[in-house]
Design a protein around this ligand. Structure first.
Ligand code: SAM
Length: 266
């Protein structure tokens, strides 16, 4: 198989894994599915026979052409030669419907793809996603507060989706084998901003400030972002220890702090 390493091309060759990835989305007979990076079609071949509509987004011209030819007699399968990050996912899904996403992701843009999917989940375009990514990134996405891997990516992901860690594959499941282990996550998009009483844009900025420097306490990170000591002590909720780092704090408490900091002083 020809391969463009720059495009993150490690093709899945483990037959039971490619079935397990599609099985993780359950009954797809009435669903529109968007596949990111179909490659030679390891997942696409199974999906095509199972879902109502499949839209596969592939950047590599030769691979997109290969799949367009292979699926020429499958009107429910659409292969788009495009960069997923430049594609408006909302425009692919009929108004009033949701789609699911599947993909053995190109690892070099995993975080950007996740942010793109969260944005689409927030406006109701997406319901679920099953995604393969580098194991270390999956551990960060799914870590709970207080666990070593918890950080900005975890908080952002968990404000936007429920995350299930499904299974991990060794490098030998791919050709050529990558240097890392890979993990499949399932996301149910379920934004928590309204439930926690925070506006999404403001809270996302607050999270970025809170996690800006891992070794600093939350208070010091917020001081560095321009909050005064007086403002912080007036707003500080009991649920957060004064010396805590953002990495140890539940999202409910972070939202409580954000809400009380957002109330202008009397
Ligand atoms: N789905 C196939 C499989 O499991 O064997 C291929 C997975 S491979 C890890 C990632 C795929 O994403 C490659 O086919 C690569 O060409 C494609 N890709 C890389 N960057 C992309 C981008 N920005 N937009 C769409 N596809 C991209």
């Amino acid at each position: 198989m020809k391969r463009k390493p720059k495009l993150g091309q490690n093709f899945l060759v483990d037959d039971s894994a490619r079935h397990a990835i599609v099985d993780a989305l359950g009954d797809l007979s009435k669903r529109t599915v968007i596949e990111i990076g179909p490659g030679h079609g390891a997942i696409t071949d199974i999906l095509a026979g199972r879902c109502h509509k499949l839209i596969a987004l592939e950047l590599d011209r030769a691979l997109a052409a290969e799949l367009t030819f292979r699926f020429r007699d499958h009107p429910q399968v659409q292969i788009l030669e495009c960069d997923v990050l430049e594609t408006d996912l909302r425009a692919l899904v009929p108004a009033g419907e949701t789609a699911d996403v599947i993909g053995n992701l190109p690892y070099y843009i995993t975080s950007d793809i996740l942010l793109q999917l969260f944005a689409a989940g927030k406006v109701g375009t997406l319901a679920r996603a099953v995604l393969m990514m580098q194991r270390e990134v999956a551990e960060r996405v799914s870590a709970a507060p207080g666990v070593r891997d918890y950080g900005l990516l975890s908080a952002t992901a968990q404000m936007n989706a429920q995350v299930d860690n499904l299974f991990t594959l060794p490098p030998s499941a791919f050709s050529p084998p990558p240097d890392v282990y890979s993990t499949v996550l399932r996301l149910h998009f379920a934004p928590r901003f309204a439930e926690l009483g925070v506006d999404p844009d403001g809270f996302n900025i607050f999270l970025r400030h809170s996690f800006a420097q891992k070794r600093k306490t939350l208070q010091n990170n917020l001081r560095a972002a321009g909050h005064s000591a007086e403002q912080l002590s007036a707003a500080w909720p009991r649920s957060i220890p004064v010396q805590a780092r953002a990495e140890s704090i539940a999202l409910e408490s972070m939202a409580e702090l954000y809400r009380s900091l957002s109330i202008p002083p009397m």
